[in-house]
Design a binder for this molecule. Sequence first.
Ligand code: SF4
Length: 413
Amino acid sequence: MKRVYLKTFGCRTNLYDSSLMLQNIKDFEIVECEEEADIVVVNSCTVTNGADSSVRHYIHQLNRQGKQVILAGCGAMSKGEELLQSGKIFGYFGHSEKSKINQLLKEEKPFSARGDLESIDTQIVTDFASHTKAFVKIQEGCDFNCAYCIIPFVRGRARSMDEAMILEQVRTLAQNGYGEFVLSGTNLGSYGKDSGSSMAKLLKRLSEIKGVKRIRLGSLEPVQIDAEFQEILGEPWLEKHLHIALQHTSDAMLRIMRRRNILRDDLALFELISEKGFSLGTDFIVGHPGESESIWHEALENFKSFPITHLHAFTYSKRDGTHAATLPDTVRGDIAKERMKILEEIVAQNNYRFRQSRTEPHLVLVEERKGEYQVGYDQFFNKMQIQSELNLEKEWVVIERFEARSEGNFATI
Ligand code: SF4
């Protein structure tokens, strides 16, 4: 039996896709590292030029070790043909073909199986090795056209997974012992637009499934949080944390980035959700072309007004084939890094203050042991480090008292 290793680059959606691929490999032995493998499937990311070069570098190493390389994921759509023609990979397949992986691994001649950008998974993942929480993909693709982003070109337009299939998957996972569910997708909040449903409707149905204790959402767009969604914010099964991707806090910059959100509405939305006791995360791209000194200073002042407690900040990284890659007024990398650091420091302070202010019981799903602590996340998506004689792994624990330090929350039980 030939041995296969699957390497994943990129985002949570790719991680999910990898789980689906692994589930479909039947006639090969799945191994834990490249060294042991005959064939390596690279589930790639192509979000920036940097992501492309990481994948290329990895493939180069595999070539030197004489492994057979098969490319999957977003990079297969953008770079698959070129890498196949140059003999760096044995074959590639697109997102729509991943359920055929077992058959594709048996190909004896170099192959391309690009597939299409319209179809959507018709299979579900029923188990996640070594995870305490289950990831559930509910949609694919994006209809937005942000200046810096290549994703719509490699994952296609927004389309929703079949609702009955999502419910079935969550039911199965709940029966398998999962209590926390993380919903993901390329543009999660567009779920239901094509099927007459909505995020709020789906969430309500999911919450009715026996065993579903907590639902966490991946990244949402501010313009997608409508009145119907706001009505479910008080539900006990919804994690008290939302990640809402602002990307910037200057209207001038948001226009250059071709974003759909605007500052005034963003701020009102964040204040409203924060007042309901939520912690709030966001994405922010620093140093996008056009981020002049004056735009940056305006954005920074605005940013300070937002109740943001969690931050994924990125320095802009060029992606060929996008509108942003053609724009003048680029920002030096060291300046972008400085700016990013300033934002991170602000959010670290906000997060500390938030943690100090929360005195209610914290519900923690313990995920793993790290040194002397058992570690998990509470309902605000903050880490809790617990010292205990008991083995709490994969357990739900109610923490009544804890110490909020600048470096994190600590408890003893
Ligand atoms: S919303 Fe914008 S950044 Fe997000 S995937 Fe769509 S185009 Fe890319």
